[in-house]
Ligand binder design. Structure first.
Ligand code: KIV
Ligand code: ZN
Length: 389
């Protein structure tokens, strides 16, 4: 029996606040439509109290895709923010309010300059108020991974008793490491199950140490039922958990995690490319799943192995994420097998062994001059050889 993991996409909230990632309302709507095709369970559409423009975008998203995707938006633990969230998402079929308030000492002392009890009370009051507006309320204990555990738990207990239905544990500054974060989630999960087993345990990780995907997977292994991610890992500083990485890890390693999601993985590349197009922010070429080279093979040994059996060097079918197929990039390191495959794929005969060898040597000479040899180079190469014959 696999466990279903609820997927919240926060590209339009935590992702979009990145410098250079700003989208207008039409762009946000286009992206939200694509998230609907991707079958994420929840879209966090924005932070409506931050500006009139953001309020309007959240409202439009709730109206346009809120019939089939759950919609949420962020509020600080203050009445005005909660009202703004409610007013902007209330037309969606399944809306919920997301409240955030810090629990680490540095947040309590430096950001709020209040006592721990006073901050906790703010959270409880905010949840109680939000519950008068909507039945579902998510509470995020900001900077949870750097919080004193007993205070963190006291906060969780109090907001659950006040009515919170989702508890979200953020690694706000990407400080956690997988074993430790997994252990934190295991402890919270154990206590939460005794307190109220209907409450959903969620995680939200950042990538400052490049560990957001690993931390999220570790949290799932230790009982988290909901994850928060962004496409391409877009987000503050080094970004958020990359949705495509976690989804494909759960799919490729299903036997290990025993978890599944509703995400339509064939839409992953299309969603990532749309985001790049809308924001103008490219991903690194070797980015897992969505980078340009994620399914490209250039070493001769690998190409030869793949042509014998794809399983030799491929752990997933590129078509499962919406990529065309594996890509063999011809370079000076490619071998005869890959070269023959590429030439024949273009519809050319490779001739007898002597003719083929001559062609291959010409290819190697060209590949030494260029970094990569493309299909149009092969046309030139093969046709040139024919003219000489
Ligand atoms: O990183 C963070 O703590 C957040 C919260 C609002 C969940 O983005
Ligand atoms: Zn965040």
């Amino acid at each position: 029996m696999t466990r279903n993991i609820i997927v919240l996409d926060t590209t339009l909230r935590d992702g979009e606040q990145v410098p250079g990632a700003k989208m207008n309302v039409y762009q946000k709507l286009e992206f939200a439509q694509q998230l609907k095709r991707l079958h994420v369970d929840i879209i966090e559409a924005g932070f409506p109290a931050s500006s009139a423009g953001d309020f309007h975008s959240v409202q439009q998203i709730a109206r346009t895709v809120g019939d089939s995707v759950s919609i949420t938006a962020l509020a600080r633990a203050v009445k005005a923010d909660i009202d703004a969230v409610y007013e902007s998402i209330k037309l969606a079929q399944d809306p919920f309010i997301h409240i955030v308030l810090g629990t680490s000492n540095v947040h309590v002392e430096k950001k709020f300059n209040r006592s721990k009890d006073a901050v906790l009370q703010m959270g409880v009051d905010a949840v109680k108020y939000a519950k008068t507006l909507l039945p579902q309320v998510q509470y995020s204990t900001e900077d949870a991974s750097r919080s004193d555990f007993e205070y963190l738990w006291r906060t969780i207990e109090a907001v659950v008793k006040a009515g919170a239905t989702i508890i979200n544990i953020p690694d706000t500054v990407g400080y956690a490491v997988p074993e430790e974060f997994g252990e934190l989630i295991r402890k919270i999960n154990e206590r939460l199950k005794n307190l109220n087993d209907k409450v959903v345990l969620s995680v939200h990780c950042h990538n400052d140490l490049g560990l957001a995907t690993a931390n999220t997977l570790s949290a799932i292994k230790n009982g988290a039922d909901k994850i928060e991610c962004t496409i391409n890992g877009l987000g503050e500083r080094a970004g958020n958990t990359s949705l495509e990485e976690v989804i494909m890890a759960l799919k490729v390693r299903e036997n290990f995690y025993q978890c599944s999601t509703r995400v339509e993985t064939k839409e992953l590349i299309r969603t990532a490319r749309l985001l790049t197009y809308l924001t103008g922010l490219d991903v690194q070429v070797n980015k897992a799943i969505t980078g340009d080279n994620a399914f490209a093979h250039s070493s001769g040994i690998h190409q030869d192995g793949l042509l014998k059996d794809r399983n030799v060097y491929e752990i997933m079918d590129p078509r499962d994420v919406g990529a065309e197929s594996m890509e063999l990039v011809l370079t000076a390191r490619s071998g005869r097998h890959a070269f023959r495959h590429a030439v024949e794929k273009l519809g050319f005969e490779t001739g007898d062994s002597e003719q083929f060898e001559a062609l291959f040597q010409k290819f190697l000479a060209l590949a030494d001059l260029k970094k990569e040899v493309y299909d149009h180079d092969l046309f030139y190469l093969v046709n040139g050889e024919r003219e000489q014959a």
